[in-house]
Design a protein around this ligand. Structure first.
Ligand SMILES: Cc1cc2nc3c(=O)[nH]c(=O)nc-3n(C[C@H](O)[C@H](O)[C@H](O)COP(=O)(O)OP(=O)(O)OC[C@H]3O[C@@H](n4cnc5c(N)ncnc54)[C@H](O)[C@@H]3O)c2cc1C
Length: 482
């Protein structure tokens, strides 16, 4: 019989957070096992083929949930090595300084870290990902010029992107990166920019198709986690466990552990586990121009408006807006008409920061029950109000820029930006993890994914998740492995 092997660290989940933590720990020479529920994505081009990705939904999660009314939904989750970063739009943005502070009126909670404490990790993440600006393309430059006029409040800024410098040499990939997965590092995702750097190291192991279903309790003290069990009954042991299964999943693993270990009533932050779910108030706006729009990357500029200080607007990347139009138009329309419409569209993604509400939450399903996503945007009326005004103003601006706008709110299944369900905070009275990512009251359990974000900010969350996780790993390396 083999002696039980105990890894220094097990990391559960290989998205932005899990890969950043695993990279840093492995780089320092620790014995790291990364367990990922999904598999390797194919490299045959199918992951950037709109037919297979969008129409057939070949790579979509099939995991069913229920909403607060008991209706079934399938959230937009990505179970594969690299997690959602393989599919993301690669917009990499730092939170503004003021987005680390509390604002009770907006129901915004403070970070337990200062912006200066996260700054070096932001810089490291940007360097690892090779984040860069791209020249604004002609159609977007024209739209911005017409939109950004005195008295409107609009301003445009370059958007940092995790795309290879030569991406435009690859026509298909440049058109299909946002919402698609690319090969060969053309998009800076967690697999190509973090895991690939350490995958050759003997102290680092990645196991795919391992669905972690429970955390194991140390025999002598439930405040120590001794390892994890997977859906097929395999057991893996570790000294430190890093949860990074994403904001929809990490809280469910912790909820189950607290219930079975009896810590539910003892652990100081237990009442907050799964609560404060956030995902931005989101709308897509499609603008139709009189002439064909020829920009390729599109997502090169960000639009902000001083009248809507907690919101941002960014173009949809590449040709995904064209594909949305192709799918939305009825089949009986002649192909030439569909193509004429799709060539004239410019799509935008509008997002507004929402606050924390403890009733917006993720709940693990009891046996044979579906997990539950209890989320109601009307619990956060300030965000709703700002978002409605943002959509109205932006549509008006687009009209002034010569594009006919149509807006569509993104529904509950749009979990792309899910965060906040194991929020970090200074005290266990109001949070689940501390500033170093350790679960309050637990000895060796850490969280390194989007679950920890106390605020979601007005921009996209991935860069902040990478930065947080690099910092968590740093703090772990500074503490003894017992
Ligand atoms: C289409 C799309 C576009 C996006 N565009 C942007 C963008 O432009 N900019 C930006 O900043 N953000 C973007 N995002 C969001 C960004 O990708 C996420 O915020 C980020 O990846 C979250 O990181 P994470 O580590 O918290 O979770 P994830 O990336 O979701 O990773 C979690 C991982 O854990 C695995 N897992 C889950 N449960 C288990 C389990 N029980 N056992 C083992 N493994 C498990 C999952 O399979 C997954 O690989 C986008 C997301 C999508 C879907």
């Amino acid at each position: 019989m083999h002696a039980m092997h105990r890894h220094d660290y097990i990391v559960v989940g290989s998205g932005a957070g899990g890969s950043a933590a695993a990279y840093r720990l492995a780089r320092a020479g620790a014995d790291v096992l990364l367990l990922e529920r999904g598999g390797h994505l194919p490299t045959d081009g199918s992951t950037f083929d709109p037919e297979q990705v969008l129409r057939q939904g070949r790579f979509r999660s099939r995991e069913q949930w229920q909403d607060r009314h008991g209706r079934t939904l399938v959230p937009e989750e990505c179970f594969n090595l690299g997690g959602k970063t393989r599919w993301y739009g690669a917009a990499l943005a730092r939170f503004a300084r003021e987005e680390f502070a509390a604002d009770p009126v907006r129901q915004f909670d403070a970070w337990p870290l200062s912006p200066d404490q996260l700054a070096p990790y932001y810089a490291e993440a940007e360097a690892l990902l090779g984040a860069r600006h791209f020249e604004p393309e002609p159609d977007l430059a024209r739209i911005c010029r017409r939109l950004v006029r005195p008295g409107t409040g609009w301003r445009s800024e370059p958007l940092l992107l995790g795309l290879a410098e030569n991406i435009l040499d690859f026509h298909r990939e440049a058109a299909y990166f946002d919402g698609f997965a690319l090969n060969g590092g053309l998009k800076a995702d967690a697999e190509s920019r973090l895991l690939a750097r350490v995958s050759h190291q003997p102290n680092f192991n990645v196991m795919v198709d391992v669905h972690v279903t429970s955390l194991l309790e140390d025999e002598s003290d439930a405040r120590f986690v001794s390892g994890v069990r997977s859906s097929d009954g395999r057991v893996f042991h570790c000294r430190h466990l890093v949860l990074a299964a994403g904001a929809m999943h990490s809280p469910r693993l912790l909820q189950d552990y607290l219930a079975t270990s009896g810590l539910q009533d003892e652990l100081p932050g237990a009442a907050h586990v799964g609560r404060n779910y956030k995902r931005h108030v989101l709308s897509a706006v499609l603008g139709f121009a009189a002439r064909p729009q020829r920009d390729v990357l599109r997502k090169t500029q960000l639009l902000l408006n001083s009248r809507h200080p907690h919101s941002s607007v960014q173009p949809l990347g590449g040709s995904i807006d064209r594909e949305i139009v192709r799918q939305a138009l009825p089949d009986w329309l002649p192909r030439s008409v569909v193509e004429a419409f799709s060539r004239r569209v410019y799509g935008f993604f509008l997002q507004t920061e929402e606050g924390s509400h403890s009733d917006n939450r993720v709940q693990a399903g009891a046996a044979a029950q579906l997990p539950k996503l209890d989320y109601d945007p009307t619990r956060l009326p300030e965000a709703e109000r700002e978002h409605r005004r943002l959509v109205r103003d932006f549509k008006r601006g687009l009209l002034g820029a010569g594009l006919l706008p149509f807006a569509q709110r993104i529904g509950l299944a749009g979990s792309a930006h899910a965060v906040g369900t194991l929020r970090a905070g200074a005290t266990p009275q109001d949070s689940v993890v501390d500033a170093d990512g350790r679960v309050h009251g637990m000895q060796n359990l850490y969280v390194a994914d989007g679950s920890v974000l106390p605020r979601i900010g007005r921009l996209n969350p991935a860069l902040t998740i990478y930065a947080w996780s690099l910092r968590v790993a740093d703090r772990l390396l500074g503490s003894p492995v017992t």
